[in-house]
Write a protein that binds this ligand. Structure first.
Ligand code: GLN
Length: 496
């Protein structure tokens, strides 16, 4: 039994690139790999709680088809035969999609998101849908109405959010790759808390078609994996223009995997003085400083840069994001999607009863805030002002990037916190994103990868931010760091 168990763990611990090499050589089949992942989920998910839905039947069928494709040897790409999970915000035809909300508890989409469609075309294997904060609003995954996700490194701690399930399932080695969405940090923060790599691409790089909308001018899809190369493969597979999303970028997608090597020799890495402010955990600061020193050893030049409007990012975000959310969530009225309550009464009563029963506290708070800042009397004072500050934040980055190629700093001021410790204090929760949010306001690509651990062994994340459309430099910088350290090899011990 223990021999089989360790074989399962070894298989599900493979990186995407290692597994792909074995699949291509036919030394491993996608079916074996998928079965190992399903067993790993079974043995560890009671402790971790990543999954809302496990699509075992679909996965085995897709694995069978991937094996045929691998045997034929043609049309094989980086993800052919690779088991992945999707945040439950992506519409998946015939597979329940809840956004972790009571409102959509039994919602089964009739069409696929562009992301799931492209994954299926590539021959990837969908193992299931993973937990998140309800409608992606949160930083800890504790706002899910449908499940509790715990940090694989310490099950008393949060996995981070909102893509908590997407990060936990990678850290727990339950699947090889996953996708999340990042509106204010929701990929990078849980990646940092769970000790893995997560990337938010440039706004518009990946289609939002079939992704349940939170704040449409900020939402962006991105990958999570144990390695930088894995994340690059995941992104390359789904990125690129889609006529069904008018904000998706028409530019061709660079060959991220091909541009990954090359190192940081001669690169200029900007470090914002505002990112090491008061309130940052000294252990996080020292791990990140050590990573910066490593970059210097690798031949990069470290330059201090200024992002003077950083202190307004959280306030600006909570005006823009809530305004957009209040509008986007208007569609959940009990008529078109999800549950319906009070259907026998007057129409307005039915709306009220449905929304009251369907939405959790945080979602209601956002809708009220957003409705308020958009109301006639307050629009100029709040929403319009926030839009102006957003422009200033974007300009800060443009100016900083005149002096450097990428920007680096911590992903979050701290490591994963105790479950329940911030649920009663929304502001404390919002501040977890203080170092990730401005990147969304500016629409830039950014990645988090592990660069250390605190005295309790909890992972520390290093954030690397790029110029618009320059995910390639972000990946290259991250890959150079990863190649010179072992943090990505560290494995959590999950007591089940
Ligand atoms: N934590 C932030 C929020 O609650 C960001 C969430 C996200 O990126 N989806 O809005």
């Amino acid at each position: 039994m223990s021999v089989t168990m360790s074989a399962i763990e070894q298989l599900s611990s493979l990186s995407i690139e290692e597994a792909s090499a074995l699949l291509r050589k036919r030394e491993l089949s996608s079916r074996e790999l998928t079965e190992a992942c399903l067993q790993r989920i079974e043995s560890s998910d009671e402790a971790v709680g990543s999954f809302l839905e496990i699509t075992a039947e679909l996965a085995l069928e897709q694995a069978g088809r991937a094996d045929q494709r691998l045997a034929a040897g043609d049309d094989v790409c980086a993800l052919t035969g690779i088991p992945v999970a999707l945040k439950d915000i992506f519409l998946t035809k015939g597979v329940r999609t809840t956004c972790a909300s009571r409102l959509l508890e039994n919602f089964v989409p009739t069409f696929d998101s562009t992301v799931s469609e492209r994954l299926y075309q590539a021959g990837a294997v969908l193992v299931g849908k993973v937990n998140m904060d309800e409608f992606a609003m949160g930083s800890s995954c504790e706002n899910s109405a449908l499940g509790n996700t715990r940090n694989p490194w310490d099950q008393q701690k949060v996995a981070g959010g909102s893509s908590g399930g997407s990060a936990a399932c990678i850290a727990a080695r339950q699947v090889l790759g996953s996708y999340g969405t990042d509106t204010g940090g929701s990929i990078r923060l849980p990646a940092s808390y769970c000790g893995i790599t997560g990337m938010k691409p440039t706004y518009g790089r990946v289609s939002r078609y079939g992704v349940i909308a939170f704040a449409s001018s900020l939402d962006q899809v991105g990958p999570l994996a144990t390695t930088v190369r894995g994340a690059a493969a995941l992104l390359e597979t789904v990125a690129g223009h889609d006529r069904r999303d008018s904000t998706s970028i028409k530019e061709p997608v660079p060959d991220y995997l091909g541009l990954l090597e090359g190192g940081v020799e001669g690169m200029r890495i900007g470090v914002p003085r505002q990112y090491f402010v008061e309130g940052i955990d000294p252990q996080v600061a020292s791990a990140v400083h050590a990573a910066l020193a490593r970059f210097e050893e690798l031949g990069a030049q470290i330059i201090e840069v200024d992002l003077p409007h950083s202190e307004y990012a959280v306030a600006t975000y909570y005006l823009v994001a809530t305004a957009e959310a209040s509008s986007n969530l208007g569609r959940y009225d009990g008529v078109r999607y999800g549950i319906r309550r009070g259907g026998d009464g007057a129409l307005l009563d039915m709306y009220g009863a449905t929304r009251n029963a369907g939405f959790g506290t945080e979602v209601k708070r956002r809708i009220m805030l957003g409705t308020y800042v958009l109301s006639a009397g307050y629009y100029d004072a709040y929403y319009l002002k926030a839009m102006k500050v957003r422009t200033l934040i974007r300009r800060d980055f443009l100016r900083a990037f005149e002096q450097c190629d990428v920007i680096a700093g911590p992903t979050s001021p701290g490591t994963a916190f105790e479950l329940g410790s911030r649920t009663a204090d929304p502001l404390a929760m919002y501040m977890s994103d203080v170092l990730t949010i401005s990147v969304n306001l500016a629409g830039l690509p950014a990645l988090s990868l592990p660069c250390g651990a605190d005295s309790h062994g909890m992972p520390v994340g290093l954030q690397i931010i790029g110029k618009a459309l320059d995910e390639a430099s972000v990946f290259k910088t991250a890959a150079a760091y990863e190649a010179s350290t072992d943090w990505h090899h560290r494995l959590p011990e999950i007591s089940s």
